[in-house]
Ligand binder design. Structure first.
Ligand code: IZC
Ligand code: ZN
Length: 423
């Protein structure tokens, strides 16, 4: 066995092993914890996991040994819903929002997503890249080692391609891994205002096939919401995407209960995201068809809206993931640790449920369950050392960064809260 690195003296190792399926129901509240643990890493993957000094049998003279001083270790956190790559910011809408103007009304007035579309079109590749790279550094410093990254601020083929290419370039160059989602169905562009049909025709017959041909996105997503894409329109778009080989995601029942949860089940989406207004019937259908509920509590917090009914989802057997929804409108924050704290305070999930939701279940939400999301032999050695004595402490002591170190593929990339490696 080739052992390049042993990380030892782990006070509590939360392995997040699930036994080959996303965690749901009571299992969401279960975590395997090994005390006084070590992990051994070879070629960027875990090759052995154990406790005490058993690693002494497998090391050689070249093995590096890192002592993490009795701290808490978890797998690298996964953020399975971000709108990472975009131009500009929307602080000009902030005062409107806090004075009570609804998010969707700002969009209807040509602001919101459409304002970011304008800034994204005007930004060069390099400008988009540099802005997104800063955000990725922040995410990594907070313990996030893999994210999902959506397009959707171009709404024309060239700008959508530009955004997705930035996302791919970042994945090649930055320690954080990115998975890419085509969200051409994020809003109706101004040119097609009052002509949804025409834009949907372009999406279905030009954009979805072209992005697939260029292999720029593995997932396809739709913002299914009153005033954006209806249930029927979302269905048309997602069915075409499915036919073209994309895996499906949907922004469902965020503001109005349209039946997005039900649609996600009918189409076998990998995840349905938001779900603040999802119906009980929709939740039941998601449980039956094993659609992951990817909840985004920092958006509820920022929009001052109600939280999704996570307790009901858990009772009905839906597997929950938690993500940031980082975007310049409804959630201008990259902070997944804050999302975890809101998972407890807003969604009333337990700390154990929350940690499962941002590791193993989030891996399932981006179809990376065989590579990441838990500390198991054969998986990528992505892990976080937290300056915390136990899991509960991470959610209890809120508003700070608990990260002490981050290892990505067995390489130390964050130490003392700062990114070390800039490729
Ligand atoms: O830019 O407002 N909800 N899409 C759906 C967003 C929020 C992003 C934005
Ligand atoms: Zn979103």
């Amino acid at each position: 066995m080739k052992v390049d690195l042993v990380i030892k003296n782990i006070g509590k190792l939360a392995t997040m092993r699930s036994g080959g399926h996303p965690k749901s129901g009571e299992q969401m509240n279960e975590i395997e914890i090994i005390e006084n643990a070590y992990v051994a890493i070879g070629d960027g993957k875990f090759v052995d996991i154990g406790d005490g000094k058993s690693y002494e049998k497998i090391i050689n003279k070249n093995t590096k040994i890192d002592d993490v001083g009795g701290l808490l270790v978890t797998p690298g956190l996964i953020d399975a819903h971000t709108h990472l790559v975009h131009g500009g910011s929307r602080e000009n809408e902030f005062s409107k929002k806090i004075s009570g103007v609804p998010y969707i009304d700002i969009l209807k007035q040509g602001g919101g997503i459409l304002s970011t579309v304008k800034s994204t079109k005007e930004s060069t590749f390099k400008e988009l890249y540099n802005k997104a790279r800063k955000s990725l550094d922040r995410m990594l410093e907070l313990g996030v080692t893999t994210i999902e990254s959506k397009s959707g601020y171009g709404l024309d083929i060239d700008t959508e391609i530009k955004q997705l290419k930035v996302s791919h370039e970042l994945s090649r160059n930055h320690p954080v891994d990115l998975v890419h989602t085509f969200l051409g169905a994020h809003a109706i562009p101004i040119e097609y205002k009052d002509n949804n049909e025409k834009y949907i025709d372009i999406l279905v017959n030009e954009m979805i096939p072209k992005i697939r041909d260029l292999e720029l996105a593995e997932f396809c997503d739709v913002f299914c919401e009153e005033g954006v894409f209806s249930i029927d329109e979302s269905k048309t778009i997602l069915l075409k995407a499915k036919e073209m080989g994309y895996k499906l995601k949907i922004h469902a029942d965020e503001i109005k209960s349209l039946g997005g949860a039900e649609l996600s089940a009918k189409l076998n989406c990998i995840s349905a995201d938001h779900l603040m207004a999802a119906s009980e019937e929709g939740i039941k259908m998601m449980a039956k068809n094993k659609v992951i509920a990817n909840l985004l509590p920092a958006t509820s917090f920022n929009l001052n809206k109600s939280y999704a009914n996570a307790r009901k989802m858990i009772d009905l057997g839906v597997a929950i993931a938690l993500s940031s929804d980082y975007n310049p409108g409804s959630c201008p924050s990259e902070n997944l640790q804050f999302v975890m704290q809101l998972g407890c305070i807003g969604l009333k999930m337990t700390p154990y449920e929350v940690l499962n939701a941002v590791t193993i279940n989030a891996a399932y939400a981006i179809d990376r369950q065989n590579e990441i999301g838990s500390i198991e032999v054969g998986k990528k050695a992505d892990l976080v050392v937290f300056d915390a004595p136990n899991i509960e402490y991470l959610m209890y002591h809120f508003g700070i960064n608990h990260v002490n170190k981050v290892y990505k593929g067995g390489i130390l990339v964050v130490d003392d809260k700062k990114v070390l490696v800039k490729k």
